[in-house]
Design a protein around this ligand. Structure first.
Ligand SMILES: Nc1nc2c(ncn2[C@@H]2O[C@H](COP(=O)(O)OP(=O)(O)OP(=O)(O)O)[C@@H](O)[C@H]2O)c(=O)[nH]1
Ligand SMILES: [Mg+2]
Length: 299
């Protein structure tokens, strides 16, 4: 069988997680319109037992945090996670946002890529929002680097060219083992996915600086006959953030809880009772100890 690893990297908010989900045909990674949504390396597994007359194919996608100029220790840690993903993969997929002009941040990613021998593909995403001239300008800018085997224009949101890109990536897989059972789409525990779903709703429901300082910890996860009982703590960085998260009369938190519960029920395939608590952990994003203990340090 053919198998291997694909590292998906790029600047924040370019659509890496949306694209991975589209290639898997399933939602594994959370997404939002705010940068720095992904904070860990997220595994997405695509298995096709019928590939090449039944020889089989397993592609292990590694979605990574957006590479950016860090403003705190959490930022540095998640950058490190992304950069570390450049080694040990069979192919690197760089994703660029087609609606943004090429800038300094993009240059520094190219500098990183120059140092790596692994084959590279580029996908220019959000084609649904751009005209041919903008595409051509970006295409030429990247093409002149000579770093990429191929450049694709895609739309992760509406699926344009996504299958074609996945087929092209499959070509980099090598004779190898099946790393995971064929019926799983990620190796992250359910608890982690549940905490991510809650964090996604917070990212979506909160404005400005608040959502970036939230961490979700699952306190208890009890599976009963008819119902799964989940209790989670939302940590934020300031007392004022806590009241924003809770909202007037608890309205904001209720909204987050309702949206999260619906999605968690779909994931687990059963009824869920979800209780959410909000606590303050002052400036945790600058605490090496907390970042490490919450699993944001790539070790
Ligand atoms: N119009 C359009 N929007 C897109 C497309 N792909 C992603 N988006 C949107 O772009 C935003 C960012 O998407 P994400 O997938 O969270 O981006 P990311 O690169 O994973 O971001 P980080 O995890 O923060 O690094 C979301 O609002 C997506 O819906 C696309 O092809 N077209
Ligand atoms: Mg992401």
């Amino acid at each position: 069988m053919k198998s291997g690893f694909i590292g998906i990297i790029g600047r924040p908010n370019v659509g890496k997680s949306t694209l991975m989900n589209a290639m898997l045909g399933e939602k594994i990674a959370i997404t939002s319109s705010k940068p720095q949504t992904t904070l860990n390396r997220i595994t997405g597994i695509y298995t096709d037992q019928n590939y090449e007359e039944g020889k089989g194919l397993q592609m292990v996608f590694l979605d990574t945090p957006g590479i950016h100029k860090p403003h705190n220790k959490l930022g540095s840690a998640i950058n490190e996670t992304a950069v570390n993903t450049l080694s040990g993969v069979d192919v690197i997929l760089l994703l660029a946002d087609g609606t943004k002009e090429f800038g300094k941040g993009d240059s520094s990613i190219l500098e990183l890529l120059k140092e790596v021998d692994t084959p590279k593909l580029l996908a220019i995403n959000k084609m649904d929002l751009m005209g041919p001239e903008e595409y051509l300008a970006l295409y030429n800018r990247y093409n002149e680097t000579g770093l990429f085997d191929d450049i694709y224009g895609v739309s992760a949101l509406n699926g344009d060219n996504v299958e074609m890109l996945r087929d092209r990536l499959a070509g980099y897989m090598q004779e190898g083992p099946m790393y995971y059972p064929d019926d799983i789409a990620t190796d992250h525990p359910e608890r982690f996915i549940v905490s991510e779903i809650i964090r996604e709703k917070l990212m979506n429901y909160l404005d400005d600086e608040v959502p970036h300082g939230v961490f979700v910890e699952i306190e208890s996860f009890e599976e009963g006959d008819k119902l799964t009982d989940i209790s989670a703590v939302i940590y934020c960085e300031k007392k004022s953030h806590k009241s924003i998260i809770i909202g007037k009369g608890g309205s904001k938190l209720k909204g987050v809880g309702k949206a999260a519960r619906k999605e968690i029920e779909e994931l687990l395939g059963c009824k869920v009772y979800l209780s959410l608590w909000v606590k303050v952990k002052e400036n945790w994003r600058d605490s090496e100890r907390i970042i490490r203990s919450w699993g944001y340090k790539d070790e």
